[in-house]
Each structure stands twice: as C-alpha cells, then as structure tokens.
Design a protein around this ligand. Structure first.
Ligand code: FEO
Length: 172
C-alpha cells in the first residue's frame, strides 16, 4: 500500500516526465526547422526516453496498489534563439528534474517508505547520466561557437544516438 503523500509526489513526477517528453518533442521540431536533423533525432530519442520514465513510475504506483492520476501538461516553448540555447535549456531542465527526484526521495524517507527510496535510486543514477550527456553537448557547442562547420559536425554526431530503453518499459 502506497502512502498518500508518496503517491501524490510520484503522480506529480509523472506529470513532470510527461512535460519533459513534450518539451523534447518541441525541441526536436525546432531543430528540424533550423536544419539540424541530428539534433532533431537526438531530441526525439530523448522524448521517447522520457516516456519510459513515465512507464516506470506508473508501473510502480500500480504495483503498490496506488492510483495513477494524470493532470494537464503545460505547453512547452516552440522556438529558441540558437542551437546552444536549446541544449542549455535542456541541461537546466534536467538539473531541475534531478532536484525533483531528490525531493521525492526526501518525501519517501519522511514516511519511512524504504521500497520507494530503493525504487528511486535508479532515477538518481539516471539523472546523473542525463545531466552529463547534455552538458557534454553544451560544452562542445561552446567550443565551436558560431562556426557552421563545427555545428554541422556535432549535428552529425547527434544523429547517431540510439534509443536505450530501461528493462521492462515499452517492450524492452
Ligand atoms: Fe526523466 Fe530527463 O528525466
């Protein structure tokens, strides 16, 4: 049985993960518009990965005999000033999500819900990876500055991102 405070906090996290996916769909579309197909692909993979986080949280609530409650999802922005602005927003967003996951751990600890604290450890590690992978792209974009050739090369690299699904989600 899931504590009501923990259930509410996980449902709020599901909404944040859905917003994350929505945000990355918007970023992907914008990257397509500014002729960065590799970045568009990278963002699309990220949008799908966020849905796997929704699946993991939903499955967990269901496994604990709780109720998944879906709320409205805020509209994301639809354009950004530059390629680096897109990835900087992505980085800042992931830092915010890491903070939310930490706060979620605090809620679970406050009611001695060890099962949820244990479940959340996967997300604690995942956020370290997410922040690091976006930060690497931001740093590369800073290195090349406005040079079209450099941005083109980074875009080609981003086109190679494969979709990695956490076990037990979306058929993985
Ligand atoms: Fe689901 Fe990007 O954190």
């Amino acid at each position: 049985m899931l504590n009501a405070k923990v259930e509410k906090a996980i449902n709020d996290q599901i909404n944040a993960e859905l917003y994350s996916s929505y945000l990355y769909v918007a970023m992907s579309n914008h990257c397509s518009q500014i002729n960065l197909p590799g970045a568009a692909h990278w963002m699309r993979m990220q949008a799908v990965e966020e849905l796997t986080h929704v699946s993991k949280f939903s499955d967990y609530i269901n496994d604990r005999q709780g109720t998944v409650t879906l709320g409205a999802i805020d509209a994301p922005p639809s354009s950004w000033d530059s390629p680096i602005a897109i990835f900087e927003e992505s980085y800042n967003h992931e830092v915010m999500v890491s903070g939310m996951i930490n706060a979620l751990v605090d809620v679970a600890m406050s009611v001695s819900d060890h099962a949820t604290v244990n479940f959340l450890q996967w997300f604690v590690g995942e956020q370290v990876e997410e922040e690091a992978s976006v930060d690497e792209i931001v740093q590369k974009l800073k290195l090349v500055g406005q040079a079209d050739g450099g941005i083109f090369m980074i875009d080609r690299e981003l086109a190679g991102r494969a979709l990695t699904l956490p076990p037990g989600t979306l058929g993985a």
